[in-house]
Design a protein around this ligand. Structure first.
Ligand SMILES: [Zn+2]
Ligand SMILES: [Zn+2]
Length: 388
């Protein structure tokens, strides 16, 4: 089995994926991801770009390289569109603003969490997909050992760009909730010392300053004039509360961001400004699935794909299965159990931690809001859930 397409390393080749729309892959090395797609929307005044990658000079070099292929310079970029508040999507934006005065379009609720502010370890991919990928990698390594193959290094022979950080693409990020009690109670997780030092260094280098100032906030139903035609803003909370997509009815394309990815399920965190982030995600998936006339979806990671509606259904099914599994686990317990206990039955030991608990919490809270589970806090303040 091959790598998932979202994990492929960035191919520097620029491709036209729709009239006046270019796909430019930028290198990232994040758990489960090998590139982010920046889309350039060309018009008479230059271009707008969507999701210009991670902060830092390594990414900027790749941006310059891709733009050059399209005979564009950074100063030709009049607008930067950021689909949501994750660093692999907004990283390059601040530099376009600072050096070339570009405007920044993001949803009006755009807000970047402090804990994640200087890390490119923001959970992007569901833990289940990360586990599947790790199992696959382990299998491949074992196979390589069996064959006595000394060349069992990760990465394909087509690696063009190399990530600039040392995070293995298959590490489970222990991210999400640091430095305080979690909303579900119990022990507060602290990041490992090495990670804390890394954050400190990045902060000192101005990593936290790379969050762009949004000059043009947008909301559901707004119309933008891009690539020489009208595009519609769809607010799609779920993966983050501030996520939005762009619908281009004239060309039949849909800029999907991380809302709908071709082969992986985006991470849905239980730590959110939304009371039931999973329900928000389902609504947003339905809203997108109902759009007719889309012949190409353009995701932020992976290749353009055709059947957007089908993919929204697959992603929903993934979560329905997860909810079924939680009901089953609750029956097995036969008593109220904590988020940590549920997460330890849902995920393998090496994945235990704040990300596993955060995803589990999102699903348990969804069941509670649907009145399919009850919760209360024990004497220590730990939330306990029992499904009906
Ligand atoms: Zn994201
Ligand atoms: Zn992403």
């Amino acid at each position: 089995m091959a790598k998932r397409q979202e994990q492929e390393t960035a191919n520097p080749e620029v491709t036209e994926v729709a009239p006046n729309v270019l796909r430019m892959q930028l290198p990232i090395r994040m758990p489960g991801l090998g590139h982010v797609n920046m889309y350039a929307l060309l018009d008479d005044h230059g271009a707008a770009v969507v999701d210009p990658g991670l902060p830092g000079p390594f990414n900027w070099k790749a941006i310059e390289n891709r733009l050059r292929q399209a005979e564009l310079k950074p100063k030709d970029i009049h607008t930067v569109i950021v689909t949501h508040s994750h660093p692999d999507h907004f990283g390059g934006a601040a530099r376009f603003v600072k050096e070339h005065g570009a405007k920044v379009i993001a949803h009006r609720s755009f807000r970047f969490g402090i804990a994640e502010s200087v890390s490119n370890n923001t959970p992007e991919v569901s833990l289940e997909d990360l586990e599947a990928q790790r199992d696959l990698d382990d299998g491949e390594e074992a196979e390589a050992r069996d064959e006595n193959d000394t060349g069992a290094t990760p990465g394909s022979p087509h690696d063009h760009d190399h990530g600039h950080n040392t995070n293995s693409g298959t590490n489970t990020p222990q991210m999400g909730w640091w430095g305080g009690p979690s909303p579900w109670g119990g022990q507060s997780a602290r990041p490992p010392l090495r990670r804390r030092l890394q954050w400190g260094i990045m902060r000192a280098l101005g990593g936290a300053m790379s969050v762009p100032e949004v000059s043009h906030p947008v909301e559901q139903g707004d119309v933008l004039y891009l690539a020489g035609r009208e595009m519609f803003v769809l607010h799609t909370p779920g993966h983050t509360p501030d996520h939005f997509c762009l619908h281009d009815p004239e060309a039949g394309i849909f800029l999907a961001g991380d809302h709908v990815l071709p082969s992986i399920t985006p991470h849905i965190s239980g730590i959110s400004t939304s009371e039931d982030p999973l329900l928000s995600f389902f609504y947003s998936l339905d809203r997108v699935g109902e759009i007719s006339g889309i012949n190409k979806a353009l995701p932020a990671h992976g290749h353009p794909f055709d059947d957007l509606t089908k993919r929204t259904e697959e992603i929903k099914r993934h979560h329905f299965e997860r909810l079924d599994r939680i009901r089953e686990i609750s029956r097995e317990f036969g008593r109220p159990a904590s988020v940590e206990e549920f997460s330890k039955h849902l995920f393998k030991q090496r994945s235990w931690g704040s990300m596993a608990e955060s995803e589990t919490y999102a699903h348990l809270e969804h069941l509670r809001h649907a009145r399919e589970a009850e919760s209360h806090r024990d004497k220590k303040g730990v939330l306990l859930y029992l499904t009906s």
